[in-house]
Design a protein around this ligand. Structure first.
Ligand SMILES: Nc1ncnc2c1ncn2[C@@H]1O[C@H](COP(=O)(O)OP(=O)(O)OP(=O)(O)O)[C@@H](O)[C@H]1O
Ligand SMILES: [Mg+2]
Length: 234
């Protein structure tokens, strides 16, 4: 798995923080990591974007952003309103392949959820993943509502012939409620893919050194970690 595309069930779900955890776990194994954010929206020039946040938390990763649009909108809309060219799936695929030639792992973070449009033709992150033949990791909420949103996303991946290695819970509450605890078993059942990790609530506020040390404990062996879902449900 040299290129891993990271999507979520929506925006602000924890894709960036989960990407940082996956990067940290890979780095801890001695793997080189690059992070590609094809379209960064809602961030002004010169301000740190998602890729910079991954580097802050995870450490020494190569960062690449293909385009930045200041308005916090879907990339296609933000590009159109900015009067700038959109990011095309083939550009994402080419950039990721180039990074993959020089790194052990390339993480590609989408914008919002899977079917958010990148250009006026309706191209999405799924098209880039298909060009790359890359698996797509889904980041999801822990609690009520996540079964539907996660299952819609994994179904959309399956319909498109894309591989989904599993789901990571973007923020696992310190005191998990009933729905969250039930979802540990129900999410894999409903979505048809395994749970591959849970990032504890508060993780991005940890000192980065602690984030890096702890990250492998939040992720399953498939993502270079040592986590086991059984512990969550306990
Ligand atoms: N485990 C967590 N505990 C506490 N806060 C979190 C956690 N994960 C993410 N957050 C916070 O929630 C917000 C959204 O997280 P993040 O930026 O990772 O989401 P995203 O899905 O990448 O969003 P976007 O769609 O904007 O790229 C951020 O302020 C982040 O610091
Ligand atoms: Mg993000």
């Amino acid at each position: 798995m040299s290129v891993l595309v990271v999507t979520g069930t929506g925006t602000e779900i924890g894709k960036t923080v989960s990407t940082a955890a996956v990067a940290a776990a890979a780095l801890a194994r001695g793997r080189s990591v690059a992070v590609l954010k094809p379209a960064q929206t809602g961030v002004a020039e010169g301000e740190p974007g998602d890729a910079a946040e991954v580097a802050r938390l995870a450490g020494a990763v190569t960062l690449l952003e293909l385009a930045r649009y200041p308005e916090p909108l879907a990339p296609a809309t933000a590009a159109r309103r900015a009067g700038r060219p959109p990011v095309r799936p083939h550009e994402v695929a080419e950039a990721a392949e180039k990074l993959a030639a020089e790194h052990d792992l390339v993480l590609v973070e989408g914008a919002g959820g899977l079917l958010v449009r990148f250009d006026e033709t309706g191209a999405t992150l799924a098209d880039a993943a298909r060009l790359l033949g890359a698996p797509v990791l889904v980041v999801a909420h822990a609690g009520l509502g996540t079964l539907n949103a996660t299952t819609l996303t994994t179904e959309a991946l399956r319909v498109r012939g894309l591989e989904c290695p599993g789901v990571v819970i973007g923020s696992w509450p310190a005191a998990a409620d009933l729905a969250s605890r039930c979802n540990v078993a129900d999410l894999p059942d409903s979505s048809g893919v395994p749970l591959l990790g849970a990032i504890p609530q508060g993780a991005p506020a940890l000192p980065p050194a602690d984030f890096r040390t702890q990250a492998p404990g939040w992720l399953a062996p498939r993502l270079d970690g040592s986590w086991d879902a059984v512990r969550l449900a306990a």
